[in-house]
Design a protein around this ligand. Structure first.
Ligand code: PMP
Length: 409
């Protein structure tokens, strides 16, 4: 081996030495797709990338400039493991838009909400623990739960979100098998990947069921402010302050800043801060101050309204294209967020069809990526956040001909 660089094609010399938990860390189908789907000739309806070009650059450069000039020594220094106190106060204003009342003392700033998920999994999950989650569920949450060797048990979701009776039945079935779920992970508003929203009535019912069964609810809400008509029902956390709420600036500002947060009951908050310190010492002082400055000086509510307008036009383009090119199929109709969930004819396998789609210059995410149990074989997640309306129409035109060819094969 000496003198020879170790390339990708060589067998991994450390195979057999990795921790057992890494067995859950296979590259997701979504990740593998990014490489091909990022070629400009491919219409990618695959990744859920925010359209950051709708954010005027000068709004951000102004904040960056002022932070460095006026607060450089703080911005470039380590900070608190809980996050900047001023930013935590401002985060309360953001959450108030969804009916949430909380204390800045209970907010923990994290490196995106993804990191909050990782920290919560670390705090709560032992190997073999059960996590309840919608079927389908956010793919990278599944990756996190799997990497802590938890078992994800999916609960039926329909166009009004998680089905309360299905949740009750699942808890009872698990109890009969001697298993008690620890967590319910949910994206109740403009669900990723299904696009559906939990109705107001069901919100109370789901929380009630979780409370009765001693299950901690994690409400992951990156999309709630990106509604297209009237606002969605208030967040679960507005009804029950015993749950953990996750928020982020990734979709309302920019994901590159990597600023998200958890709002948690005080005991969990204390542990989250310790886990945050163990992982990163402190979240980035620099990007936290940039977000804080932005919230202080920019009309951030108007900017969110701009994002809403952009995404609504794209949602409309996608729904119109589906009606035009794939009128016989079924799809969800999102009132906000980034995603539509499409159901293919029973006989088709969305993963098997993907190479043909990419060859025909359209990419999507196969539904099976969003299930821990192999379900979703004939489903597709379509993301409308990034391509222009014209590209979206062209993408669906291509997809329709791929589906036709696949049916004929
Ligand atoms: N949860 C959900 C449901 C998401 O869709 C995403 C981003 N795609 C995240 C969490 C992570 O967001 P971030 O880490 O950028 O805050």
């Amino acid at each position: 081996m000496a003198g020879r660089p170790i390339g990708d094609s060589d067998p991994d010399p450390w195979k057999g030495r990795y921790a057992a938990r890494t067995a859950g860390l296979s590259a997701s189908e979504v990740r593998a797709l990014f490489a091909v789907a990022s070629r400009p000739e491919v219409v990618s309806l695959a990744g859920g990338m925010p359209f950051v070009s709708a954010l005027p650059t000068e709004l951000v450069t102004g904040s960056v400039d002022r932070v460095l000039r006026e607060r450089g020594p703080v911005a470039l220094q380590y900070g608190s493991g809980q996050g900047d106190p001023t930013l935590r106060e401002q985060i309360l204003e953001v959450m108030a838009l969804e009916g949430i009342r909380g204390r800045a003392a209970d907010v923990v700033v994290t490196t995106g909400s993804q990191h909050a998920l990782e920290l919560l999994a670390k705090l709560f999950l032992d190997p073999g623990d059960v996590v309840l989650a919608e079927g389908p569920s956010y793919v990278t949450a599944l990756v996190v739960f799997r990497s802590f060797q938890a078992d994800v048990s999916h609960v039926l979701m329909d166009e009004h979100g998680l089905v309360p009776d299905a949740l009750r039945e699942r808890i009872a079935a698990l109890a009969a098998a001697g298993r008690v779920p620890k967590l319910l992970y949910t994206v109740p508003t403009f669900n990723n990947p299904a696009g559906v929203t939990l109705s107001a009535d069901r919100r109370r019912e789901i929380l009630q069921i979780a409370r009765e069964n001693g299950i901690l609810v994690i409400e992951d809400n990156p999309y709630g402010l990106l509604y297209f008509g009237s606002p969605p029902p208030d967040a679960l956390r507005s009804i029950d302050d015993g749950i953990v709420y996750l928020g982020t600036f990734s979709k309302t500002l920019a994901p590159g800043l990597r600023v998200g947060w958890a709002l948690a009951p005080s005991d969990i908050r204390d542990k989250l801060i310790l886990a945050n310190e163990a992982a990163v010492l402190s979240p980035s002082s620099f990007t936290q101050l940039v977000v804080s400055e932005y919230l202080d000086t920019a009309d951030w509510r108007a900017q969110i309204a701009t994002f809403r307008g952009v995404y609504e036009a794209r949602r409309d383009a996608l729904l119109a294209a589906l009606a035009e090119f794939l009128p016989d199929l079924h799809w969800t109709i999102p009132d906000g967020g980034f995603y539509v969930w499409l159901t293919l004819p029973e006989a088709l396998d969305a993963s098997a069809m993907l190479p043909r789609a990419v060859a025909d210059l359209v990419a999507y995410t196969p539904g099976s990526a969003f299930f821990a149990d192999g379900n979703g074989r004939n489903n597709i997640r379509l993301s409308f956040s990034y391509p222009t309306p014209e590209f979206i129409r062209e993408g669906i035109r291509r997809l329709a001909s791929v589906i036709d060819a696949e049916k004929a094969a």
